[in-house]
Ligand binder design. Structure first.
Ligand SMILES: [Zn+2]
Length: 222
């Protein structure tokens, strides 16, 4: 087996444990994928397998049309992941969850305003809403790409559905999914207390620039 794909299978299987560890998923909902660098392939979660049974061997390799190359039945969201990889060459990882607080905002069709410095850091402003789209064809993928292209946010709240995040790596996309839920929860709690205070756009810009370009050891890998 190609050693790069074997390593990505391990990585993607391991990242699924972050979804459960961070309480982002119920039952078998949610999925992580990673692009195979330099090849028109991706590694993605199998469909309907219990999180406890996800191993490197159960991960599915698909081409960027969503056709299985190696493995069993892939996630039912495979078409959306494939669409994103085809349309956004800079994206190396995609994550989908129905995490509770973020999906509550999606149910209202309401973008999360930037009321927190941590949100400015990671998302560079509001976390946007994507269109309502039915699963199956390219509609979800189109909604994700249409919303996130040219947007600073690596997360989109697909209306009445849930969260899709992108990253240069699958790990970065998982981090964005964890941070999106954390921000959505705190923003909800803040608003329950009364009107939250806005952050000046110039301060959001400064926070985002510092976090993305200065903070940490390897900010691009999260
Ligand atoms: Zn979903």
């Amino acid at each position: 087996m190609n050693p790069e794909i074997a390593a990505l299978r391990e990585t993607v299987a391991g990242l699924h444990r972050e979804l459960t560890r961070n309480n982002l998923v119920a039952w078998t909902a949610g999925n992580v994928s990673a692009r195979v660098p330099g090849q028109d392939l991706m590694v993605i979660k199998p469909s309907g397998v219990d999180y406890d049974d996800l191993t490197a061997d159960t991960m599915v390799v698909c081409d960027l049309d969503g056709t299985v190359v190696d493995g069993g039945s892939p996630s039912s969201d495979t078409a959306a992941h494939a669409y994103v990889y085809r349309a956004m060459p800079e994206v190396g990882g995609v994550v989908h969850t129905h995490s509770g607080y973020a999906t509550a905002w999606a149910a209202r069709g309401e973008a999360i305003p930037c009321w927190l410095t941590a949100q400015a850091d990671e998302f560079g402003g509001e976390i946007p809403i994507g269109p309502f789209a039915l699963i199956g064809g390219d509609d979800i993928g189109k909604g994700i790409v249409g919303t996130l292209s040219g947007h600073r946010s690596p997360a989109v709240l697909m209306r009445n559905h849930g969260v899709f995040t992108i990253g240069r790596t699958a790990r970065a996309a998982v981090k964005a999914a964890v941070m999106c839920e954390d921000v959505a929860r705190t923003a909800h709690l803040a608003r329950a207390l009364g009107p939250p205070l806005p952050i000046a756009p110039a301060d959001i810009d400064a926070l985002h620039d510092r976090y993305q370009n200065v903070y940490g050891q390897r900010p691009s890998s999260g």
